[in-house]
Structure formats: C-alpha cells, structure tokens
Design a protein around this ligand. Sequence first.
Ligand SMILES: NC(=O)c1ccc[n+]([C@@H]2O[C@H](COP(=O)([O-])OP(=O)(O)OC[C@H]3O[C@@H](n4cnc5c(N)ncnc54)[C@H](OP(=O)(O)O)[C@@H]3O)[C@@H](O)[C@H]2O)c1
Length: 384
Amino acid sequence: MKHVQSFSRRSFLKAAALGSVAFCASPSMSQAKETEVGMVSVKGDSSCASVAGKRRTLGSGQAAFTVSAMGFGCMGLNYHRSEHPSEEACIRLVHEAVERGVTLFDTAESYGPFTNERLMGKALKGYTDRVFVTSKFGHKYVNGVQVKTEEDSSPANIRKVCENSLRSLGIETLGMFYQHRSDPNAPIETVAETIADLIKEGKILHWGLCEVNADTIRRAHAICPLTAIQSEYHLMHRTVEESVLPLCRELGIGFVPYSPINRGFLGGLINEYTQFSPNDNRQTLPRFQPEAIRQNLRIVEVLNAFGRTRGYTPAQIALAWLMHKAPFIVPIPGTTKLAHLEENLRATDISFTEEEMKELEEKVFAIPVVGSRYDALQESKVQR
Ligand SMILES: NC(=O)c1ccc[n+]([C@@H]2O[C@H](COP(=O)([O-])OP(=O)(O)OC[C@H]3O[C@@H](n4cnc5c(N)ncnc54)[C@H](OP(=O)(O)O)[C@@H]3O)[C@@H](O)[C@H]2O)c1
C-alpha cells in the first residue's frame, strides 16, 4: 500500500497545515469497535482521522462484502449541492479518503446525470485494486433527460446502465449495483435474475435495493442474495426501524444508510436563512423550507449539548448513533471538505454506553420532526 507507507510524513505535514482543524475534529478516542483485517493500521497516528483497519461486513454467505466501516457518498461532489469544488479539488478529496482507508465509494447513473460516475472514474483511476465503487440503475432516461414519473428496471435497461457505469468508471466490475427505486412494471424476481446473470458474468460483485419494503426484500433475496439495502436513515427519519432493519438482521443483509447527516442538516451548519441554489435539491424538499428548518433546529441543539460535554460535533454524534444501531450498518456521508471528511471518519472511534444512547434518543425523539422528507412524487416512489 504505497499510500500507507508514505502516511506518517504526509500526515505530519497535513496535521501541521491543518492545525486547528485536526485538533478541533478530534473527539476523545475510545476503543475502536471493529476488528482489524487487511489494510495496515494507522491508529497509532492520532493526528489523522482514518478508517484503515476498521471494517464492517455487509451481507452474508456468498453475498458478504467487507468494506471500510464508513463509506463516502460521492453525489454531492458535483450534483445537487449549491456549490461544487473544482474537478481537481474533488479528485484530491477522493484521494484523501482512499488514503484514510475508505474502500466504499457510492455513486449512481443519475448523479449529474452521468457526470458523477465520470468524475469518480477519473478520481479512482489507479486505485481500484484497493477500493470498491457502488452504482445504481433504475431511473428512466430518454435522450439523457430523466422521465421523473417513470422508472425502468427492465433487463435491457439494467444491462445498458451497467455497461455505461463500467465505462464511465473505467472499471471491469462494480462492487455493488443497486436498484435506485422500484419499478412497478418490472417484477423484482426478473430484476434479481438479471442481476444474478451480471454477477455470473463478472460485471458486478454484489447487489442491493433502495427504499424498498420487507416484501420486496424477501422476494428479491430468495432469487439472488442481497448484500445491502440502501435507504435513508438517521436520527430524524427512522421508518426503516419498523420492518426493514429487523428483516436485514434476520436474513443477514447489510444496511447502508444514505444521507446519514440528513443532507447536512444534522451537521449544524444550516439554518432558516441558508439559501440553496436552484441546482440544490434541498430547496424543493419540505423538510428544508425555512419554517421546518427553524423548528427542527431544536434537534441539532440537543446534539450540540450532548456533544459539548463529550468533545463531539453534531455530525459525529449523528454518525456514531447510526453505527451503534447495528454492526451491519455502513453509513456513506458525503462531503466536499477535508475537514468534514476527517470529522466524519473520527465518528468510527466513538462508542456510546447504553445509557448514553438512551439519553440521546429520549431527548431527540421527544422533538417532533417538521416537514416531510420528500415531495409527493418522490415520496410515491418509496415503498411502504
Ligand atoms: N439511494 C438513494 O436514493 C440516495 C439518495 C441520496 C443520497 N444517496 C447517497 O448518500 C450519499 C450521502 O447523502 P447526502 O449527500 O444526500 O447527505 P449527507 O451525507 O447526510 O450530507 C451531506 C451534506 O452534509 C454536509 N456535511 C458533511 N459532513 C459534515 C460535517 N461534519 N459537518 C457539517 N456538515 C457536513 C456536506 O456539506 P460539505 O460539503 O460542506 O461538507 C453535504 O452538504 C450520497 O452521496 C449518495 O451516494 C443515495
């Protein structure tokens, strides 16, 4: 691992350059919860956040997929967020994530569309022997424009998207291929059979589903074992606790919570005066309207108060809470900033006692969440 070998000197220089960032981001360390396998551990260097050596396994049996305990959500690098860094800066940040042991990078055909996969292809060139890229199929595009009222999980489209994703990413095999949203015209059994063929052909290693219900998970898993369900889950949106997470536990399927910081909200840097650009999907979401933000800030205040006495930031508490919920959970926070990347990765070092979890949950769950998470059309695509 050339990156790890050159780590000490580089991380020393980086820590010196980052100065206060590195120290502000450092929570009081407790025992890392994960076993160390594979990669060289850099845990001795406490100045630099890292998940090297911290691994979690999504799925079981032939569907088991061992990845870094926290992944990297790539969408916001160049899609759906008001300001995006230059391509050069994005690539640098992705390299920083690789250097810190992240092995799971999550993208999708629809991010951009298409441009996020191309960006990740450039960023991960030369690194794909040590990291995995996951992508998604299922939205319908005609001449490059999304038909938002329909989905397309036909076998032909799954195959087409897979080929395009591999080409854009410059790789031969996808780590995981998720169905982005269910398609009422494509029986999940047919989708699973198509995926099983793609696995046999070596185009993908594993597969998963997003925002599906327990019935779909059971039917899909019976045909081709699922590695992970990727649905939204965080302190402010916990529907998956009702039946999806218990089923994942029962069937040995992993869970990848997307938007684990509630699209930045739980990081504490958004308030009712925050202006989102037209390219930022948050400005369309009920939960990001000024009055909803104003009322929901009470939740962030709980995280601030909880973290203040322990030396953690609100984002770290949100991520550590998720990781504490189950060992088969691997969050994929997105960021455009090295400081946030480090802060987020340090959440893998935090452990809460059962009393702390109880205290946190009682305080957060006592506050009603204002504003639905999606508009009516997007909400209709989430299986109940
Ligand atoms: N399957 C699906 O349907 C689906 C849907 C949405 C997303 N996803 C996946 O989930 C990934 C993450 O989701 P997301 O980007 O929507 O939400 P997120 O990870 O919850 O939040 C990202 C936002 O939080 C901010 N942030 C990150 N770390 C922070 C910190 N420590 N303190 C304060 N703010 C912080 C980032 O801003 P900065 O850039 O300023 O750090 C960014 O705007 C995506 O990249 C994508 O891969 C999947």
